[in-house]
Design a protein around this ligand. Structure first.
Ligand code: GRF
Length: 215
């Protein structure tokens, strides 16, 4: 059983996609044992509680220093002893000590086709505003492993989404969530749960169940 902790900051639609996929068998042999948010008002916490999943707020504002918050987050994650940590719309940077404590065990969903429109300052609607400003025809979403950088870790899955005439940042965000994020994040967790993902030399190998060959 893959034990998953999900970190959230907002509405929790990606969390819901994960929980729905577990319930319908779209993700094998996995349980979400804890949902953590930096934001006490995150609706994602409500979604977890409605399904009987422990949901806690760990807010940087409750600590005198950022280092104290990092220590508390590190300790809470260690206590939860997850096999996988999923950043599902989590807006707080993960400090190096946590990345090092969970090597290739932290994945993130980013609402663009990395390396486009990612890195510091690119989150939420800002990503889609930048895509529309650049005039790209295709955007999408990426699931990647988290390393010490921002949106720079090995790419696991991506899915493209067409930009449509008249799109606003909001309409584009919604389509990227519906057509890409809510599909590839559960798919990525399922592949990890089935042991079909390897990280070698900074690149992800997706193994085929039957032949163990990289796809
Ligand atoms: C959205 O901007 C989404 O594109 C990104 O995180 C934000 C909140 O998602 N991944 P969620 O509804 O909290 O999952």
């Amino acid at each position: 059983m893959l034990r998953v902790v999900v970190l959230v900051s907002g509405g929790g639609t990606n969390l819901a996609a994960i929980l729905d996929a577990i319930e319908r068998g779209g993700i094998s042999d996995t349980e979400v044992s804890l949902v953590l948010s930096n934001n006490a008002g995150a609706y994602a916490l409500t979604r977890a509680r409605e399904r009987g999943i422990p949901a806690e707020c760990l807010s940087p504002g409750a600590y005198d220093t950022r280092e104290a918050f990092h220590k508390a987050l590190y300790q809470r994650l260690k206590e939860a002893s997850p096999d996988l940590i999923v950043l599902a719309g989590y807006l707080v940077a993960i400090p190096p000590e946590i990345v090092e404590a969970f090597p290739n065990q932290i994945i993130n969903i980013h609402p663009s086709l990395i390396p486009s429109f990612c890195g510091t300052g690119y989150y939420g609607l800002k990503v889609h505003e930048a895509a529309l400003a650049r005039g790209v025809r295709i955007t999408g979403a990426t699931v990647h492993f988290v390393d010490a950088g921002t949106d720079t870790g090995p790419i696991l899955l991506q899915k493209a989404v067409e930009v449509q005439e008249g799109d606003t940042p909001k309409s584009l965000q919604r389509r990227v969530m519906e057509e890409a994020e809510w599909k590839i994040l559960p798919a990525a967790i399922d592949r990890i749960a089935r042991g079909l993902v390897k990280v070698e030399n900074g690149k992800v190998r997706l193994l085929d169940e039957c032949t163990e060959d990289a796809q």
